[in-house]
Design a protein around this ligand. Structure first.
Ligand SMILES: [Zn+2]
Length: 247
């Protein structure tokens, strides 16, 4: 998709990266990405993806902005308390980059509406705070062969990986169903921790669109802020996985 004059200026520094260039920037403009949740993770990933020149973002969230969100969900401001998160996020994203088209849907992601919400987006970015909804997205990802960029955070820790249907393990291979996960209580979280994870998710999303081969696939990257370490675990496909095992 051809870039207009303003975009050539806006993305100048990004296009100077040899692996991106103007061709790569055009690819980003043609991309459509689904961001599930605009909380701690999604408020950062949607912001960077819009800034990086992704042509279209669909953002979905069911919640309104609360005081307790503001230590980390930095797309939402104090004046937005009580507002729908998708409305608050859409305003910031449009102001940041009017060339990025935003579809904002205030809704809970369910098995029934998930496919329709994703529409023709070709990548799912996980900005969720619960495994139940992640499993719904994972199932749709596998069924429709849409890559799923997983991210999760807890207190001082974060996890991130890229799941590509048919090629890599899926969410369910790595995190088998656990009965305790159904109704998670609010978790403690240091504000910048989801920022680290969401930035990695944004980078992997851009790389995936641009066709980079070395992605965070088959690996679970674990970030620990306490001792400032990144550790990596090899992850394998579970042949008996209830979500992807029959592929
Ligand atoms: Zn699986």
């Amino acid at each position: 998709m051809k870039l207009v004059q303003e975009e050539l200026r806006r993305y100048n520094r990004q296009m100077m990266v040899p692996e991106i260039g103007e061709k790569g920037q055009q690819k980003l403009k043609g991309a459509k990405v689904f961001v599930a949740g605009v909380g701690g993770l999604g408020s950062i990933s949607s912001y960077y993806l819009a800034a990086a020149g992704i042509g279209h973002l669909t953002i979905v969230d069911k919640d309104n902005v609360e005081w307790s969100n503001l230590n980390r969900q930095i797309i939402h401001w104090t004046k937005d308390i009580g507002e729908e998160k998708t409305h608050s996020a859409m305003q910031k994203l449009q102001n940041l980059n009017p060339n990025c088209s935003i579809r904002a849907i205030q809704a809970e992601i369910t098995e029934d509406n998930c496919r329709e919400l994703i529409g023709d987006c070709s990548i799912i970015v996980d900005g969720l705070d619960n495994m139940k909804t992640r499993r719904i997205l994972n199932a749709v990802s596998i069924k429709n062969k849409i890559p799923f960029i997983y991210g999760g955070v807890h207190q001082l820790d974060g996890l991130v990986s890229v799941f590509i249907p048919d090629k890599t393990p899926c969410l369910e291979c790595v995190f088998p169903f656990d009965a305790d996960e159904s109704d998670p209580a609010p978790q403690g979280i240091l504000g910048p921790v989801p920022g680290v994870i969401a930035c990695i998710q944004s980078i992997e999303t851009v790389k995936l669109i641009l066709g980079f081969k070395a992605l965070l696939t088959g690996r679970l990257l674990c970030f620990c802020a306490y001792d400032m370490s990144f550790r990596e675990f090899k992850i394998n496909k579970n042949p008996q996985c209830p979500a992807c095992g029959n592929l």
